[in-house]
Structure formats: structure tokens, C-alpha cells
Ligand binder design. Structure first.
Ligand code: MG
Length: 251
């Protein structure tokens, strides 16, 4: 409690402060922005881990029909196992929130980049690495949850091989002008097993193994691609939400 001398009044910084009998009361005028915001849509968040009601379910444990080359992967017991080739969504996306769960092989084989390697390619170009990074050294900007060859994760939040892990990825696409010049880089935020590992990380361009990241102009939407790198990485519960900003009328 703030104690002030009795029978004394102060006016300071636009606030009228009245003091009596040692009690303090403050009268102030509410500040309002004047912006008329759209009413935020109501979304049922669904069960823990989703999918929320407005998500597009890309894999529900039954079918990979929404993926090009989905028939190359093995589906059993609600789990899809990478084999033969990568798979690519038929639908394309721009700004999005992507959730997926993966498990690198319980039986360890290989080392470094050869162990539990897959990857999530946003717009088919920008890879968030999937790798068995549990007690498995490799170059740090290629370990699990790295924005490949661009930025290592802030921490290594990997679970041991064979255990289910989660990715929650928030992606903001890059923008290009009519001449193909970059006007706004892309950004990615990643939570790995609920731990923040990429914090609005700037994407510097296409993530390749054999060349530095570099932008090549592209459209407003692109597919999600899951990599096959020779390892039987497992996936389940894959869903995506397209992100749309609220509309607002400004004074
Ligand atoms: Mg990879």
C-alpha cells in the first residue's frame, strides 16, 4: 500500500490522485487504439496435440492420399514409415503452422548425417532438419532442428532414437517483387518437443548440401516435402493451418 500524507491532493502526469485517511484512489481515462479489429474467428483447439478444427489433416494414420508419392511409404498401426522416395503434398501453402510427430529408428545404424535423417521442406525448398541427434555428433547446422546449413537449433532437445518427438513449426514465407527481387525474407520458428529451438530465424534462401543458401524467386505458395534420406524415419499426426492476418480499420 502507498501511504501519503493526509488531506493532500496531487495532480501529476494526467492522473488525479485523491488521498484521504491514508487511502489512495486513482482516476484515469482508458486509452483506446482506435483500430477496429476484425473479430478473431473461434477455433476449437481439439485434443492436446491437435488437430485444431481449422487445420488441414495431412496424415491421420490411415492414408497418404494427400501426398504425391505417398504410396512409396509404408503405413501400419497409424504410422507412416519413410521408404523409396520423399513425399510432397498435393496442396500448396504459404504462411502456415505445421505440426508433425516423428521417430528416428530405434535400432541405431550409421552415424552423423546417416543416422535417422529426414527433413521437413517448407515450400519444397527450406529444410528443417530431422536427424537422430541423440548422442550423435555431426556439423551443428545440420543437426536435428537446424535450419539446414543456415542456423543450428538454440538447444538440442532431441529424444532418444525410437521415441516419438514433436515439431511445431511456424513459417512466414519470403516475398518477392515483380522483378523477382527479394522484398522480405522468410522466417521460421520451431518448437522441438515443446522447446523453442528456432526463434523467428531468418531464412537466407534455399537450403542445399552443396551450395550456400540463396533465394530464387517463387510464388506465394509451395508444397510441404518430407525427405527420404535412406533411413526408415516414422511419422504420425501431421496437420497444417494456413495463417491469415486479422483485418483492421485504422483511424
Ligand atoms: Mg535431412
Amino acid at each position: 500500500m502507498i501511504r501519503m500524507p493526509q488531506n493532500r491532493s496531487l495532480i501529476a502526469a494526467g492522473l488525479a490522485i485523491a488521498v484521504s485517511s491514508g487511502a489512495l484512489s486513482v482516476a484515469a481515462k482508458e486509452w483506446v487504439s482506435g483500430i477496429v479489429w476484425q473479430q478473431p474467428p473461434v477455433v476449437d483447439p481439439g485434443p492436446v496435440g491437435g488437430p485444431p478444427a481449422d487445420a488441414i489433416v495431412l496424415f491421420d494414420g490411415q492414408s497418404l492420399d494427400q501426398w504425391v508419392d505417398g504410396e512409396n511409404w509404408l503405413i501400419a498401426d497409424g504410422v507412416a514409415t519413410a521408404a523409396k522416395s520423399g513425399i510432397t503434398t498435393k496442396q500448396e501453402f504459404g504462411d502456415c503452422q505445421l505440426h508433425l510427430e516423428f521417430a528416428t529408428p530405434a535400432e541405431i545404424s550409421g552415424s552423423g548425417q546417416g543416422r535417422g535423417n529426414s527433413g521437413v521442406y517448407l515450400m519444397g525448398r527450406y529444410e528443417v532438419q530431422i536427424l537422430d541427434s541423440h548422442e550423435n555428433d555431426t556439423y551443428v547446422d545440420g543437426q536435428c532442428a537446424a535450419l539446414y546449413k543456415t542456423k543450428p537449433p538454440l538447444v538440442n532437445a532431441s529424444r532418444p532414437p525410437g521415441e516419438w518427438q514433436t515439431y511445431d513449426i511456424i513459417f512466414e514465407r519470403p516475398h518477392f517483387d515483380g522483378n523477382g527481387q527479394l522484398t522480405k525474407p522468410g522466417h521460421v520458428t520451431v518448437l522441438h518437443n515443446g522447446v523453442l529451438v528456432q526463434n523467428h530465424t531468418e531464412i537466407l534462401g534455399t537450403t542445399a548440401w552443396d551450395s550456400p543458401p540463396a533465394y530464387q524467386s517463387h510464388g506465394e505458395q509451395g508444397p510441404i516435402h518430407l525427405q527420404f534420406h535412406g533411413n526408415p524415419v516414422q511419422f504420425r499426426n501431421i496437420w497444417i493451418r494456413e495463417l491469415t492476418e486479422l483485418t483492421a480499420q485504422r483511424p
